[in-house]
Design a protein around this ligand. Structure first.
Ligand SMILES: [Ca+2]
Length: 318
């Protein structure tokens, strides 16, 4: 009792009244309402039903070697968020962020051992809110989405987030990161094996995806090419998710291994939970050409990379 009183008086300022950062509360980033384009909650999510599909491809002549061979993949049902995580949602995490971290093992997926948060991730996390805000300022005056004060950019997809921060956010919000297999199942429309999330149609960048620096309708890349989530509704996937092709690359849980498909074979609820440093990113970004928007396309970044081209969305187990 004495220590608390002394701290409050000796600081000479108002005691903090912020609630603590509590991990694992479902959709707390949208508490009180946070509306995204189309009129729904920015936290809305849609079920991707259980099923079996061919992950990867052997028929797409544009495919890279890391997309081959295709392998039969079975997944249990899960929910995937409709939108990439927005600035408005992420701001609520920032406002509470005090450096405290998820419990080890939280955010685990598919009952796989060694998934979820690990103690060794702590060293990769910003220690303070100020350090987190510093990361979010990775592209000041250009592509960065976050602003210190809420303004007109609240429905832009949050970028400048590391894999670690993305995972922590999803756990805080009651979810986790999708596995690479889950993400591809959503983007390919499961057993429809769509070339792009919307189908086989060659992308029209005014209609299907925020990509090719055509977000503003003008050739050439500029900050105006970063658009609110859900800006290309005709590009939604089979299960309702927006922007699986384009907008931002999306972090998924898996380690990246270019030869993973050659070794995995038929698998059920599989994920690559070991390997070297890089993690998988999927779906291309607002500067990408059509090639990167394909449902089977794979890329990677070091997990501590913070740049304006990558964001994420969260998955939720059922
Ligand atoms: Ca995307």
């Amino acid at each position: 009792m004495g220590a608390a009183g002394e701290a409050g008086s000796s600081a000479g300022g108002a005691p903090t009244t912020d609630p603590p950062l509590v991990y694992g509360v479902d959709a707390q980033s949208c508490k009180g309402g946070l509306e995204c384009p189309g009129g729904g909650s920015c936290c809305r999510r849609f079920e991707v039903p259980a099923g079996t599909f061919q992950m990867g491809t052997s028929t797409d002549t544009n495919a890279a070697s890391d997309e081959m061979p295709p392998h039969t993949t079975t997944l249990r049902a899960f929910e995937l968020e409709e939108f990439e995580v927005t600035v408005g949602r992420f701001r609520r995490f920032v406002e509470l962020y005090d450096g405290s971290l998820p419990e080890p093992g939280s955010g685990a997926l598919l009952n796989l051992a060694n998934s979820g948060w690990r103690t060794e991730f702590a060293a990769q996390m910003p220690a303070t809110r100020a350090a987190l805000e510093d990361q979010l300022s990775c592209s000041v005056g250009s592509y960065q989405a976050f602003t210190a004060i809420a303004g007109v950019r609240e429905t832009l997809p949050i970028n400048c987030v590391s894999w670690y921060v993305a995972l922590a956010f999803c756990i805080w919000d009651g979810g986790r990161l999708p596995t690479e297999a889950e993400w591809e199942m959503a983007s390919a429309g499961g057993d429809e094996n769509r070339l792009y999330p919307w189908g086989a149609t060659t992308p029209n960048f005014a209609v299907h995806a925020v990509a090719n620096c055509m977000g503003d309708g003008v050739a050439g890349c500029s900050p105006a090419d970063v658009l609110p989530v859900g800006s290309r509704p005709a590009g939604r996937g089979r299960f309702g998710q927006h922007d699986l092709g384009g907008s931002l690359w999306e972090w998924v849980f898996d380690y990246y291994d270019a030869t993973y498909y050659q070794a995995i074979g038929t698998c059920s609820n599989c994920a690559n939970l070991s390997g070297l440093t890089p993690r998988v990113i999927r779906g291309g970004n607002f500067t990408s050409l059509a090639l990167s928007l394909r449902a089977t396309g794979r890329a990677s970044k070091p997990p501590n990379a913070v740049d304006p081209y990558a964001g994420f969305r969260c998955a939720h187990s059922l």
